[in-house]
Design a protein around this ligand. Structure first.
Ligand code: ATP
Ligand code: MG
Length: 233
């Protein structure tokens, strides 16, 4: 689905990404782990074209490095950033509608608004209230669902479980599994190991702007050295 090769990115003179290589297959959940500030969010932003990537990003057979963010979104990449940016003055339903691509009708893709309401009764119950009154966990569900409404083939989800209760974390995990079941690829950025090791098919660990480990969750569990050097705080 996506193949990133030798990707570099900069903020001004700071050289943040220093040759990132990663790939994600169809329907695969791939976790991107690492400590604060190693460049996980920058990786998402560079793939999305929000930060200029240098190197190669091939999505569905097409080079997308250098394209604009809206073009990349239209090609089928969805991005759920760290800061749950709902539209607080709009209702849950209106927020979901805003996830549709220009000209896309509700239900034309793999997801419909009714789908979201069936999957998440919290959103259903709050369909017509202002999104500002939703809990943090509900807002996280809403931003994920809004992105899915645009029917992406790949979603990048940045720290979805941060600050959530165990119950809401479980809901997020269920949604991630539902996404994979529908053949959509996921890049799951996390700091915590738990959810990533439970649901990811494969794991990358990032350190200093590079991938320092790649393997299955089972392989990472065996590697105390990798966890000590790159993950534990
Ligand atoms: N807009 C920006 N301008 C300048 N430097 C930035 C900017 N955004 C991030 N950085 C720096 O780039 C580095 C990587 O940031 P990034 O957001 O990718 O980290 P991260 O792995 O997502 O970690 P976290 O989410 O915990 O901050 C950090 O050193 C950060 O301070
Ligand atoms: Mg981040």
């Amino acid at each position: 689905m996506i193949e990133v090769q030798g990707m570099h990115a900069y903020y001004g003179k700071s050289h943040i990404l220093q040759g990132v290589n990663l790939n994600i297959q169809e329907g695969e959940i791939v976790a991107l782990l690492g400590r604060n500030g190693v460049g996980r969010s920058t990786t998402c932003k560079a793939i999305m074209g929000e930060v200029q990537p240098h190197g190669s990003v091939v999505f569905k057979g097409q080079e997308i490095a250098g394209k604009k963010a809206f073009e990349i979104a239209n090609l089928g990449i969805g991005y759920v950033p760290e800061n749950r940016d709902i539209f607080p003055g709009l209702t849950t339903r209106q927020n979901l509608i805003l996830g549709l691509k220009p000209g896309q009708k509700d239900g034309a893709g793999r997801w419909s608004m009714q789908n979201m309401f069936d999957l998440f009764s919290n959103l259903n119950e709050r369909a017509d209230v202002e999104a500002s009154v939703l809990s943090g966990g509900e807002q996280q569900m809403l931003t994920m669902c809004r992105t899915l409404m645009g029917d992406p083939d790949l979603v990048m989800i940045d720290e979805p479980t941060e600050g959530l209760s165990p119950q809401m974390t479980q809901k997020v995990a269920e949604l991630l599994q539902e996404i994979a079941k529908r053949g959509i690829s996921t890049l799951l950025v996390e700091q915590k190991l738990s959810i990533a090791l439970d649901i990811a098919h494969r794991v990358y660990v990032m350190g200093h702007g590079q991938i320092v480990f790649e393997g299955t969750p089972a392989e990472l569990k065996e590697r105390d050295d990798v966890r000590k050097e790159w993950l534990e705080v």
